[in-house]
Design a protein around this ligand. Sequence first.
Ligand code: C6P
Length: 470
Amino acid sequence: MASLVQPVHETETSSEMAQPQTLDGARVRTDFPILIHPAEPGRQSLIFLDSAASSQKPNVVIDALTAYYRDYNANIHRGVYHLSEVATTAFEDARKKIARFINAASPRECIFVRNTTEALNLVAQSWGRANLQPGDLVVFTEMEHHSNIVPWQMIAEERGARLAHVPITADGRLNLDRFDEILEEGPKLVAFTHVSNGLGTVNPAKEMIAKAHAAGAVVVLDGAQSTPHFAVDVQDLDCDFLSMSGHKMLGPMGAGVLYGKKSLLDAMPPYMGGGSMIRKVELGHTTWADVPAKFEAGTPSVGDSIGLGVAIDYLNELGMDRVWQHEQELGAYALDRMRELPGIVIYGPESAELRSGVVSFTLGDIHPHDVAAILDEQNIAVRAGHHCAQPLMRALGIVATTRASFYVYNTPEDVDRLVEGLYGVYRTMTGQPSPTMSSARVVPVSEKSDGDHAPCRAKWDAWNHTDEKQ
Ligand code: C6P
């Protein structure tokens, strides 16, 4: 039975040593069944450019999930029977893989959660409730995802703490002069994203963490958009907490990680009460288990966590340096090609070196939802909206962008298809055969008489009127 469990791979495998210098996106793609399905009749092949929202999954991850449910599905940390022991070992092996992946000092510093949102809420509700006093200052930035804003607002309101934010510069970087000024006020906690999901900006995390520590703050790093794409070393960065979303890094939905320094985690109260997180329960009083169990109440997503471990094996075999180089090359190529498009505004830093493989843009006065809907007709999947970063959009003076995001399975040909697709958007929206953006008003597709795009637009509009537009 135990042989059915994916082995724990070491980071430096001999196969990695033999890998070529660069990553071949077309080869990698063959490991992803969803990307190589024959196109449906009448549709072009899928170009998936929305990995910043959630990545696709390779066969090894899908197979690991199937194997768990087919061969050794059991609850963990409870059963004395063989099946449960096999599942427990596989689950804890996944934790060890994650700890090695981010260079945590111990697997105990890695807590399984569902996603980044849960990781950040855990810190806010546990560390925040125990440590924030009335008048304390909590700092985040204008480019944060809502997950790294709202939990701080909630706990600050409850504890009477104050909030401050670091603004962005005109080219979509953090205003580090303003950051330094805010640090002079001695914040208790600083939370910021390693990489912006709305802009692709890579923030100078190590430098910012050192400054925040010098000012006496605890630092929470949102790693949702960094850990899938380049090597993140928590000891080198010296962050106090780091959040990860496994579903953005080839893993299943439902497995994420909160890394925390053990000394901090040990001192924090539990976030949720229930099974697994206790040492002793009496009718009037309970004592807590050690970390990580203290923060893992209830039955975890066992199969998903094991699947995340397998995703990490896969990324290690590709090599995180190659993954990052591949994405930067694709990003640079996309910037070059897309800049030729008339009327395009690309948000974020000019220099490809300061960016991840995310290109967020607007196309003249065409609504980003229209751009995405028309690209979808060409089977090109991109995201449009505020990307759960409304304050960022406000700072940019817009309500939404269209966003293409690249990952290991994308190729320069995908960029070419995107650019062709965007010329198609011009044609659809302006009715002009040539792709020049004149000063003439672009007609929203929903107003066009052919009505072809009306269903897409109606879908967007309906969704747009819900409370939480993504
Ligand atoms: N961004 C995007 O399309 P969850 O949903 O909990 O896995 O991740 C939240 C989150 C937090 N921080 C950053 C920087 C993120 O990018 C995300 C998720 C997705 O951009 C979905 S909104």
